[in-house]
Ligand binder design. Structure first.
Ligand code: HEM
Length: 427
């Protein structure tokens, strides 16, 4: 008897190359392939670390809320050998590890409850006039020129000044933060030395600022008290954050709230400029004073081309099965939010930008206990930035060919390096 004849396998496109320049410019075809052929896929990351990529919406949602997946890097199988290259460069040496994105319950529950007492939706709402003022000032800085690089002159400075103001970093020191943050954003996926130095400087500055504020804190909070003072003051059943925990918290608010918002404004504006009918719809509704489309629109921009491509690290604390794939204890798992948010099994016409989309439970802000704490601030900044830009510069258009634009493809975030635009000069 001869060998059984092998069934002819259905022809399929070859596996795409991940983490190249082409991938950074448009990762969506690669994500479509992964969703279809290898929805839980083991791959070597640019750092050399091996990790599982989760790309289908239901698996992604499940993984984000799965208690067997820890956020603590001590569970990484390579951590014991000192080989693990995960996390934020410099955070270990700057003693900033105890923040929300690195810990599990019960520590996470305790810290998140304390932070939520200070970083409230009410505090964010009260901050709206300042965000508008910052937005107006930045636009006034280039409006008369008729051209600008929207990343450099607008999307980048707005979030850093906003978070510094909210935390209570004095205005005269905010340009230092701008430079340190600039180093982090420019070299996020590149040399770690400069980034680690910037993290250390930020850490040193924050430690001193927190110490000074703690020394001078009165008994009763002033109505316009800053967030660092709020964090120092926050208490839960008589428990307070330690000075080190306040520093780690302030740092993670800066880190988590900065590049994400730069990319929301950058990717969002770019998507609008490339979809004229949608942009016109939004412009008309803003002119009519209707805030509803702006709200659903910013959520859709997050789904369509979100700032956070991959959620931050998770590590299997036991052997487990996800999406039919066995994952071993100690393995890192990365949930690809950008892929899940284009899953045709969950979203109708996922590759179409539809600002009116209502059935839109996107994962751009994550899901579960680590759901973005800064979402109200991000929404405020995103909505204010886009609405003001379209109102003040109504004929704003791209001043470069899309193929000439360069994308920053760090592991976690994805955004444009620059966004040249032109418009009729205005005062
Ligand atoms: C967590 C996205 C803006 C603070 C997260 C997570 C995502 C996310 C996906 C979950 C990560 C995970 O589960 O691994 C975004 C996006 C933003 C944004 C897309 C902008 C458009 C902000 C801002 C702040 C902030 C402005 C604060 C100033 C945080 C914090 C966490 C977090 C503290 C950790 C929460 C926890 O672990 O309990 N964010 N974020 N984010 N975000 Fe944001």
């Amino acid at each position: 008897m001869g060998c059984p004849v092998a069934q002819a396998a259905a022809p399929r496109a070859p596996a795409p190359e991940l983490f190249t320049w082409e991938f950074a410019a448009d990762p969506y075809p690669a994500y479509a392939w992964l969703r279809a052929h290898a929805p839980v896929h083991r791959t070597a990351l640019p750092s050399g670390v091996e990790a599982w990529l989760v790309t289908r919406y239901p698996d992604a949602r499940q993984a984000l809320a799965d208690v067997r997946l820890s956020k603590n890097p001590v569970h990484h199988s390579e951590a014991a050998h000192g080989k693990g290259k995960v996390g934020i460069p410099g955070e270990r040496s700057a003693n900033l590890m105890t923040h929300l994105l690195n810990i599990d319950p019960p520590d996470h529950t305790r810290l998140r409850r304390l932070v939520s007492k200070a970083f409230t939706p009410r505090r964010v709402a009260a901050f709206a006039p300042r965000v508008q003022e910052l937005t107006d000032t930045l636009i006034a800085g280039f409006a008369e020129r008729g051209e600008a690089d929207l990343i450099h002159e607008f999307a980048f400075p707005l979030p850093i000044y906003a978070i510094c103001d909210l935390l209570g970093v004095p205005r005269e020191d905010q340009d230092d933060f701008r430079d340190w943050a600039g180093m982090m954003i420019r070299h996020g996926g590149g040399p770690r030395g400069g980034v680690a130095r910037s993290v250390k400087k930020m850490r040193g500055y924050l430690a001193e600022l927190i110490h000074r504020k703690r020394e001078t804190l009165g008994d009763t909070p002033a109505p316009d008290e800053d967030l660092i003072s709020g964090l120092i003051r926050a208490s839960d059943h008589g428990e307070h954050l330690t000075e080190n925990e306040v520093a780690a918290m302030a740092f993670i608010l800066l880190f988590a709230g900065f590049e994400t918002t730069v990319n929301l404004i950058g990717n969002g504006t770019y998507a609008l400029l490339r979809n004229p009918a949608q942009r016109e719809l939004l412009q008309k509704s803003i002119e009519a004073g209707d805030a509803e489309l702006l709200a659903t629109g910013v959520e859709e921009l997050l789904r369509y081309d979100g700032p956070v491509e991959l959620a931050t690290w998770r590590f299997a604390t036991c052997d487990l099965t996800l999406g039919g794939q066995r994952i071993a204890e100690g393995d890192p798992v990365l949930v690809v939010l950008a892929a899940a948010d284009r899953d045709p099994a969950r979203f109708a016409e996922p590759d179409v930008l539809d600002l009116t989309r209502r059935d839109n439970p996107h994962l751009g802000y994550g899901h579960g206990i680590h759901y973005c704490l800064g979402a109200p601030l991000a929404r405020l900044e995103g909505q204010t930035a886009l609405a003001t830009l379209l109102t003040r510069l109504p004929d704003i258009r791209l001043a470069a060919e899309p193929d000439d634009l360069r994308w920053r493809g760090g592991l976690i975030m994805r955004g444009l390096r620059s966004l040249p635009v032109e418009f009729t000069p205005t005062r």
